[in-house]
Write a protein that binds this ligand. Structure first.
Ligand code: PRX
Length: 645
């Protein structure tokens, strides 16, 4: 192990953390050698079941079948709220920090209970029942978590759509999940700017005749259009409701939520998670990975529109009876000190964010950080994309004052919870490595022939045994689930990531090996951006690749071929950018559009993305073999054009 890059477990964590190295090893061993015993013990200690399971798991990765805690019954909202009331009714469950630093709110477990019950009653009054799908298109306000938990209380399936998605993207998701109820807000507020959520919803709902109820939280009081009979103010619906609501008895394998995520082909997939296994892994990882201890103030900066917000703002922390901070704004508003000020204001002990935010804040300079105390911090976390060692070191030294270990957590929408991650009291850290597997996770690296790489080496990252938080299906299309995750390497779950394992058994994620981009930690299919670009009637063809970007990790680079006779222009570029924003949202806006008179294709007509990636990254020395192209001259044309960017 190279000592220079090794950050050993701090002494006080070795002594005080729930899990030290010996315990990690013993628990990991048990988790893979006697999974039934291990998971049964964890499920009993972390969750409250209304009826015990009859079998721990019945999973078969060859068939893409996964099931945990068979016949067990529990309710997620009871586990996240009701069972805590005897001891924690007056403890803060959610600290809400507004976009405006002057606005905050402290919601106790009792208040959370009452709010969730009122909304549960209101939803039931609007006809929502177990198994129905409810779309949540919300800003980061407490009502977003009330909505998720109210669905869980009913046994309805929520589909949270990130507030940055466009009306078009929202429409697709509402239609795909066949939602009949949408919960939104008049407007969101981020960095002082208003986000027209109700207006976007109206546009989407023009194409969703089955939506009979749209519930609107009044956040800003901005102007909104109203359709009588369909639109209801949240406040009006919940005001008269009782603060008690029966919780549905839910099977461990009943769905909890659908969350859309991008793949290498086609439209985003509705990843479906179920109840018992998901909640267990979210709760367990929240406790062990952050060494969460009673009384800690915990802050994850994600948005509830992403899986990180589901597992680590709402479900994991609340299942553990923690105090979770929910932040409406952005890390740079009013200025780049905001996160550190919020940490001091609320005494945050555990802070979990994304490398893209770390890099942006690092770029703003140390003064924004060092003028704050941050003395309350004890553990830092990173998620969503590889963290470059430079950003890691800055996060460690400047933000954490060389005192707080960084948990670099690798996982995916599909995995439900952390998969590769250090534990603060057990695992020495190496900047840039997500380190070792969490309990029950059996990662393998497969080579081009599908053989397991032994010892140190590199390959496609797969998982060879089912885990509780695993994706169960793609909503409405199980075959797509099987094709995407289980057919590349039969018997394994294929992550879509490449990874390297070093001599110490540490994993280093090398990035996606498919056509999925990771832009500022947001997952984006190149095919989605291409489909948006070719909607323009002047565009004949488009090819989108990622390229290294200092802040975003990856930027979006689009090669666009115009129809014969059409001329490139700045005006047209603007139209194309606007089109992508309209179809998907601002997060998908290409950073660079290059006009491409032709694209490098094989003789069978397949675009050689490898070459496009190299040109975009300006790695012109390593283009590789271009002789098999139908028209090798195209490459030089693209390179010459690139120079003119
Ligand atoms: O490529 C990996 C990257 O993000 C992908 C999953 O994206 P998503 O489903 O949106 O979930 C993001 C939040 C869990 C992965 O396939 N990724 C996520 N975490 C890391 C990471 N890459 C490297 N290091 C990480 N810690």
């Amino acid at each position: 192990m190279s000592e220079a890059n090794l950050y050993p477990v701090p002494e006080h964590f070795k002594k005080n953390a729930a899990i030290d190295l010996a315990r990690y090893k013993a628990m990991y061993e048990q988790s893979v050698n006697s999974p039934d015993t291990f998971w049964a013990e964890q499920a009993t200690s972390f969750l409250t079941w209304q009826q015990p399971w009859t079998q721990v798991t019945n999973s078969n990765l060859r068939k893409g079948e996964v099931a945990w805690f068979i016949n067990g019954k529990l309710n997620v909202s009871v586990n996240c709220i009701d069972r805590h009331l005897p001891a924690r009714a007056n403890q803060t469950a959610i600290i809400w920090e507004g976009d405006d630093p002057a606005e905050d709110q402290f919601i106790t477990y009792q208040e959370l209970h009452d709010q969730v019950c009122r909304l549960t009653n209101a939803l039931r009054e609007r006809g929502v029942k177990k198994g129905d799908r409810v779309c949540i298109y919300m800003p980061m306000i407490p009502e977003a978590s009330y909505a998720m938990l109210a669905c869980a209380r009913i046994g309805a399936i929520h589909s949270v759509v990130f507030g940055g998605f466009s009306p078009e993207a929202l429409k697709d998701r509402i239609q795909d999940a066949d939602c009949q109820v949408v919960i939104t807000a008049d407007e969101g507020l981020r960095g002082g700017k208003r986000v027209p959520l109700k207006k976007n919803t109206d546009i989407a709902l023009n194409h969703c005749p089955k939506v009979h109820t749209c519930i609107v939280v009044k956040r800003t009081g901005g102007d909104v259009q109203w359709r009588e009979g369909r639109d209801f103010w949240y406040e009006d619906l919940v005001a008269h409701q009782p603060s008690e609501a029966e919780s549905a008895i839910v099977d461990s394998e009943d769905p909890l939520f659908i969350l859309y995520t991008s793949g290498s082909t086609g439209k985003p997939k509705g990843v479906l998670h179920t109840t018992g296994g998901y909640l267990l892994q979210a709760a367990m990882t929240h406790k062990y990975v952050f060494d969460y201890q009673e009384g800690d103030i915990y802050w994850c900066t994600a948005d509830v529109g992403w899986v990180t917000g589901h597992s680590y703002i709402v479900y994991g922390p609340l299942a553990n009876g923690a105090t979770t901070l929910m932040f409406e704004g952005v890390p740079t508003y009013p200025d780049a000190s905001r996160c550190w000020q919020v940490i001091d204001k609320h005494g945050v002990n555990i802070f979990y964010t994304a490398p893209t935010a770390i890099r942006a804040l690092m770029g703003a300079g140390n003064d924004y950080v060092t003028k704050t105390s941050r003395a309350s911090l004890k553990v830092l976390g990173s998620v969503g994309e590889p963290i470059n060692p430079e950003a890691w070191e800055w996060y460690y030294r400047v933000v954490g004052d060389s005192r707080c270990p960084i948990m670099d957590t690798w996982w995916q929408t599909e995995t439900g919870a952390h998969m590769l991650t250090p534990l603060p009291g057990a695992i020495d850290l190496k900047p840039g490595s997500a380190t070792v597997p969490f309990f029950g996770v059996q990662p393998v690296l497969l080579d081009a022939d599908g053989k397991e790489v032994v010892g140190a080496g590199e390959g496609n990252l797969c998982i060879k045994a089912a885990w509780p938080g695993q994706i169960r299906t793609v909503f409405g299309d199980h075959q797509r689930c099987v094709d995407t995750y289980y057919s590349t390497y039969p018997g394994y779950y294929f992550t879509g990531d490449g990874a390297r394992r070093d001599a110490d058994g540490y994993y280093w994620i090398t990035g996606r090996v498919d056509d999925v981009l990771n832009v500022s930690g947001h997952r984006m299919g190149t095919a989605e951006v291409e489909s948006a670009l070719v909607l323009h009637d002047k565009v004949a063809e488009a090819a989108v690749v990622g390229y290294p970007h200092d802040i975003k990790g990856q930027g979006i680079y689009a090669y666009v071929t115009l129809m014969a006779g059409e001329q490139p222009s700045d005006e047209l570029k603007k139209e194309l950018l606007a089109l992508v924003v309209k179809e998907i949202g601002a997060i998908a806006r290409p950073d660079i559009i290059q006009w491409a008179p032709g694209l490098p294709k094989t003789r069978s007509g397949k675009i050689m993305r490898r070459i496009l990636r190299k040109i975009a990254a300006n790695e012109l020395d390593s283009l590789g073999d271009t002789s098999t192209l139908a028209d090798p001259a195209v490459v030089n044309e693209l390179i010459d054009n690139r120079a003119n960017q």
